[in-house]
Design a protein around this ligand. Structure first.
Ligand SMILES: Cc1cc2nc3c(=O)[nH]c(=O)nc-3n(C[C@H](O)[C@H](O)[C@H](O)COP(=O)(O)O)c2cc1C
Length: 159
């Protein structure tokens, strides 16, 4: 199975989870591509996204995974911009996850997940959430392990 993991990651946290998923799915025999995009902002002090540095094309993958950080209790605007600009997609198995600084998912992670699932649905992709990786939680490693195992099981069901 050809899996595409499409991530926006500013400081590397979301990317590191994506790499964990890649390693796990490769062990299951999947061919996995991690596609990361970055964003340009209005200036060095600004969080206002004006342009994406790449627009990964999801159309060639059998199964899609999207990952993004929380920004200001919402989905990061770079992922919002990317998903808003996507062409309508053929429905395929789709998974998503978010990372956030604060220790509890209600501190932005759940809201960002809902937003990402809605934007994916607008493009024809019904997504299942793998969970939230709370970076300052004492359970961080366990959370990432659960996301990875949930992903492995979801992909195994599609193989
Ligand atoms: C401008 C800004 C706003 C943020 N707002 C939140 C927030 O509301 N809640 C939260 O838990 N983390 C927040 N974060 C932290 C990021 O979500 C967190 O560090 C994430 O794991 C970063 O992922 P990345 O390393 O892949 O970019 C914010 C980070 C930035 C830069």
């Amino acid at each position: 199975m050809n899996v595409g993991i499409i991530v926006y990651s500013k400081t590397g946290n979301t990317l590191s989870v994506a790499e964990r998923l890649r390693e796990s799915l490769e062990q299951e025999g999947c061919s996995v591509q991690v596609e990361r995009f970055s964003a340009e902002t209005e200036g060095p002090q600004s969080n206002k996204v004006v342009r994406l540095t790449a627009n990964p094309d999801p159309s060639g993958y059998d199964l899609l995974i999207f990952g993004a950080p929380v920004q200001a209790f919402s989905l990061d605007p770079a992922m919002k911009l990317y998903l808003s600009g996507l062409a309508k997609q053929k429905q395929r198995p789709t998974l998503c996850f978010v990372t956030q600084h604060f220790p509890k998912p209600w501190m932005g992670g759940k809201q960002a997940t809902r937003q990402m699932m809605q934007l994916l649905s607008d493009k024809g992709l019904t997504a299942k959430s793998l969970g939230v990786a709370n970076w300052t939680s004492k359970q961080r490693e366990a959370l990432i392990a659960t996301i990875t195992e949930t992903c492995r099981q979801a992909v195994a069901l599609e193989q």
